[in-house]
Design a protein around this ligand. Structure first.
Ligand code: NAD
Length: 519
């Protein structure tokens, strides 16, 4: 086998350039362990956001192909769910190494399709890799509970068991991390998985699927389809699919949560955000301004945990000119260019939307302290670039505040006190993330207790939890009752079976049937 493997390595180009990924003219489907060309007549173009050149196309999977994919998941389920947990763990141990070995190749694909800088794209892969590493401790994570002697000669214990075929629908902004939040957690528990990556950035997911196969995942345990609404509706409606994990916008997330739940499925839906960074006047000024600038504009603001709203409290309002100076210094360029701090937005439509929201702020009375809308990037004149933009004197009723902008735009509000800042945050419908910058422990404690947001940073601008915890967005940023990864992820992808058994050393004969409730 190893001789064949070496031969294949000689004749096959490096992973990222293989034809199954979007680096080929067409993106393949992954069905029953094979990368296949779709029979569809409907294709969606994939563009490089730095140039808007078409780099590949992705199929709108036909109904027949989607059925083949879900049937494959169903066929693979009985043996995969019965595979020993140690064998599944071994596959994930190999998988995490393969992801590490191919991190640069995956990152390149992400930059090409999504636009983010190469360093940021590696971060995207790395945060997903951490979830895969976490799945390797499944032998502890999946343990059930026991309580001996709940009655004479009677014990109760629970098993955590897989639930069947699970599915995932993912957004464009983290092409590696978010798929990796889903199928590794689901599959290490013994489920099989149907993935529909974002039609705008499918390449990383395809390459990750190839690596998963190389790690030893049996055919049919992971299947990948592509498309938009029809693929989403198929997932929401197919009776064999027991659970759906979704990450994306509120419009899609609310729809999928409602449709999937109505069909009796478990649904966890992570959605949009408006994350506030509260700056107290006692904060370490230098650190705070650097952290705020990085978290507002990094990834061109296309992160659900971007710190897109600053609330300057009391005298911290005077720091605004220095914040603008820092933002001005960030370098905007294609993601694969050395020294680039932020790349382009994902599409011309995204750029238009962001620019329109900035304009609405100006028209509603906000002060445009930094305007990145007309930026020209030499050599990339057709790219979807927007430079760092800062709108100050923003009020909560303005559209640039009520809507998620999802671009390199920081909106700045002001507050007299911490209480006022907390009120602003709690009245905002979203509850994904927030951060406070302060040197006062009591202020930080009060903030973390009073703010109604799922993920809180204290002097930490992007507090995305590591996988031993869970991603705990709340309120308008989340639908469902068990979050992604960590213990909650295991709970989402498993069901509990409770066994009560009685074994007597000496069999005693019952005197007759007991018709009362056993106590
Ligand atoms: P999106 O909702 O447009 O797309 C996400 C997925 O849903 C894609 O696979 C897409 O094909 C599908 N989809 C899109 N519109 C649909 C519709 N009307 N009906 C059914 N399916 C539809 O999201 P996006 O633009 O790819 O991603 C950006 C959004 O995702 C932002 O709102 C961001 O805050 C959010 N996001 C949230 C988190 C989180 O963990 N809370 C993480 C990343 C991104």
């Amino acid at each position: 086998k190893s001789v064949i493997h070496k031969f294949v390595q000689l004749i096959v180009p490096p992973l990222g350039r293989m034809c199954y990924s979007s680096s080929g003219p067409t993106t393949k489907l992954f069905i029953d362990g094979k990368f296949i060309e779709s029979n569809t007549s409907e294709w969606i173009d994939i563009h490089n956001p730095a140039t808007n050149e078409v780099i590949s196309k992705v199929p709108k999977t036909t109904q027949e192909e989607m059925l083949a994919a879900v049937n494959s998941c169903q066929r693979a389920y009985p043996s995969w769910s019965e595979t020993s947990v140690l064998s599944r763990q071994q596959i994930f141990l190999k998988y995490q190494q393969l992801i590490k070995d191919n991190m640069a190749e995956i990152a390149k694909l992400i930059t090409k399709e999504q636009g983010k800088t190469l360093a940021d794209a590696e971060g995207d892969v790395f945060r997903g890799l951490q979830v895969v590493e976490h799945t390797c401790s499944i032998t502890s994570l999946m343990l059930g509970e026991t309580l001996p002697s709940i009655s004479k000669d009677m014990d109760t214990f629970t098993y955590r068991l897989p639930i069947g075929v699970c599915a995932g629908i993912t957004p464009f902004n983290f092409p590696a991390m978010i798929p990796l939040w889903m199928y590794p957690m689901a599959m290490v528990c013994g489920n099989t998985f149907l993935l529909k990556p974002s039609e705008r950035v499918p390449g990383a997911a395809m390459l990750l699927a190839k690596l998963f196969q190389d790690a030893g995942a049996p055919d049919g345990t992971l299947n990948i389809i592509h498309g938009q609404h029809d693929a989403v509706n198929f997932i929401c409606d197919h009776p064999a699919i027991k659970a759906i994990s979704f990450v994306g916008s509120n419009q899609a997330g609310e729809y999928i949560y409602t449709r999937g739940s109505k069909n009796g499925k478990r649904v966890q839906s992570n959605m949009g955000a408006k994350n506030h960074g509260v700056v107290m006047p006692d904060a370490n000024k230098e650190n705070t301004l650097n952290q705020l600038t990085g978290a507002a504009f990094g990834a061109a603001g296309q992160r659900c945990m971007a710190l897109s709203t600053a609330v300057l409290v009391g005298k911290a309002r005077n720091w605004l000119p220095e914040l603008v100076e820092r933002a001005k210094k960030l370098r905007v360029n294609a993601g694969d260019q050395p020294g680039s701090d932020l790349g382009p937005l994902v599409s011309p439509q995204a750029k238009t939307r962001v620019c329109d929201l900035v304009q609405s702020g100006v028209e509603e009375g906000a002060k445009l302290l930094l305007d990145g809308r007309k930026i020209q990037v030499k050599g990339y004149e057709n790219g979807n670039f927007v430079g760092p933009t800062i709108l100050a004197s923003v009020k909560p009723q303005m559209k640039c505040y009520t809507e998620e902008i999802f671009g390199p735009v920081l909106v700045v509000l002001e507050a007299e006190t911490l209480d006022e800042a907390v009120d602003i945050i709690n009245q905002n419908p979203y509850g994904n993330g927030t951060a406070i910058f302060t040197t006062n422990g009591a202020t930080a404690r009060k903030f973390t207790h009073q703010v109604d947001v799922g993920q809180i940073g204290v002097n930490v601008p992007i507090p995305v939890p590591l996988p031993m915890f869970s991603f705990t967005g709340s309120r308008g940023s989340f639908r469902g009752d068990t979050n992604f990864y960590g213990k909650q992820g295991i709970q989402f992808y498993t069901q509990v079976k409770t066994v009560t058994s009685q074994w007597k050393e000496e069999d005693s004969t019952l005197t007759g049937p007991s018709v009362v409730m056993p106590t």
